[in-house]
Each structure stands twice: as C-alpha cells, then as structure tokens.
Design a binder for this molecule. Sequence first.
Ligand code: ASN
Ligand code: ZN
Length: 333
Amino acid sequence: KAEGIKTGTGTGVFVGTVPLTTTQSGSNYQLKDGTRGGQYTTNMNHGTSGNGTLYSKTSDTWGNGQASNGESAAVDAQYGAAATWDFYKNTFGRSGIRNDGVGAFSRVHYDTGYVNAFWDDSCFCMTYGDGSGDTHPLTELDVAGHEMSHGVTSATANLNYSGESGGLNEATSDIFGNAVEFYANLPKDNPDYLVGELIDINGNGTPLRYMDKPSKDGRSADSWYSGVGNLDVHYSSGVANHLFYLLAEGSGAKVINGVSYNSPTVNNITVTGIGRDKALQVWYKALTTYMTSTTNYAAARTATENAAKDLYGAGSPEVIAVGTAWAAVNVGT
Ligand code: ASN
Ligand code: ZN
C-alpha cells in the first residue's frame, strides 16, 4: 500500500483517549503526522544520545493509558506536539515553532529515572524523561507546550536564559504551555493556571508552579524587587506568570473550571482582567515584535504596553489594564 495520512487512536498517560494523525507506510503505521510539518515521536528506550527509534507497528492503536506501557507516553508526546502546533496556528497564525512550516520531533523514555523534559534548538526536538522510578513521565500537555514554546522564544525575542530576561523566557513558556492546555480542553486534563499538576512531580499532589500566586511553590517571586534576577529563572518567572494571570483573570478570588485561585497584588491594587484571549495576543505580540535578548521586567512592561496599543489602540481599556497589572506586580516604567 502507498504511504498515506491516517487517523489512529491513542490512549496516553495524561491525555486520555484521543485521535492521532499517523502515517501508513507499507503494512506499518508510524507516529508521524503528515499534516503538521511531519512531526513524529521516537523511543529513546532509556538511552541519552541519538534520535531514538520512530514508533512504528502494524496496528494504528497506541498506548493504554498506563505508564508501564511505553506507547502511552509516546501518545502524550505526539498529541502534545499536535496540540501545540494547532494552538500556535489557530491563535496567532504561526506555522510551527520557527514559523516555517517545519514540525519538531519528540523523544520519549530518555534516560532512567529522569525527572525533566527539555527543548533543544540544535536537534529541533523535544525530550521527555519518565520521572522518578520511571513511573511519572513528564509528558503532560502544559509541559509539552512549555518546552516547545522555548523554541518559539528562541526563534523570536531570544530572551537570554539568565537574570530577568531568563525569568521572562521561563514565564513565556509557562504562559503558552498553559494556553495549550486551555486550547486542547481535554476532559482528563482540566485547563488551569497550574503547571504540571497531573505529573505529581513532588509526590504529594502539588503542581510544579502556580500562576495566580507563584510563591505558593515556596520559592517563586510574586512581584518584582531589585535582585529578583538573581533567582533561578524558574522562580524569577513568577513575576511575569503573576502579571499574565492578573491581566487575563484579574485580582482576588476566582474559580475557573472548578479550580480556586486567589491572586494577591502589591498595595492591594485591583486589577480587572481583559480575558485570556486578549492577554495571549498581547504577550505574543510583545514577544515577537518588541522583546529582545536583553529585555528585563521594566522593558517587558513597555513591550506589552506597545503591543496592546498596536492591537487595541492608545488609551484603550486593554492598554490601561496592562499598566495596572504590571503595577500590581511592582513593575514600573
Ligand atoms: N524543563 C526545564 C525547562 O524547560 C528544562 C530547563 O532547565 N531548561 O525549564
Ligand atoms: Zn522552561
């Protein structure tokens, strides 16, 4: 039979049962998506070098939802790449991570007991570990979106991965990673402003990060102070994660999709949110038009205000909300 685009079915550890766009090659089906830049997923089989082996077999049904079935994490990864592709395409008109129509590939089962996932520009690929005891793969959708968004940042503002620009780089990945989760809106992965809430990376049911009040993780910054850039980039990101939450949803208590949030502000400033969709457009335009490798928090405020002006007009309620939200995380101009 000729090679062709097919629709298979996968059951991932976190995504549940989903359709997957696959490729038929002879009598085999491959985890390769001919409709989204050729994105595919490979098995590292616990190795740490090379590009792994493309998932390929004679049936087009993948995984069973258990991490012990190695295909399940591959389903999450392949679906995560597809959802991230669709999010960028349908939200911003961006065609792939570099906006060149080329898909990234994903590698699963990297190393043994590896508790991380990462993007690598040099292979233009995503990599996922299986977590502690090889039982909690790092393949949740918001993490997939987070990591691939590092590729988008790298192809655009290219924010240096240290100091305040590093915090902005990390926050950009948390913002868009969670946006992918909202975009997919899967019944088994309730969209929220928490990062990695299903992975149980801490072993006590807590997420990796909280956007409404970043300090809930015990380390992240809720607001700017001189020296915030000395924190690890995954904690200095708190300032911008918090800014984004406030801009989208507003300050104070709120329940979204059954999850309770309570977002504090500096000086008890009241922020009225402009909604997720507009907040995303502001952040994306700022990232792709105004931010550079050395943008710090003060410059990020200017960048997002300029982006909001372009999108909604000078003096618009959206521009005013951007300024108020930054003031609420102690970032002036
Ligand atoms: N998972 C980590 C992250 O994307 C990997 C890293 O340290 N860059 O932030
Ligand atoms: Zn990151």
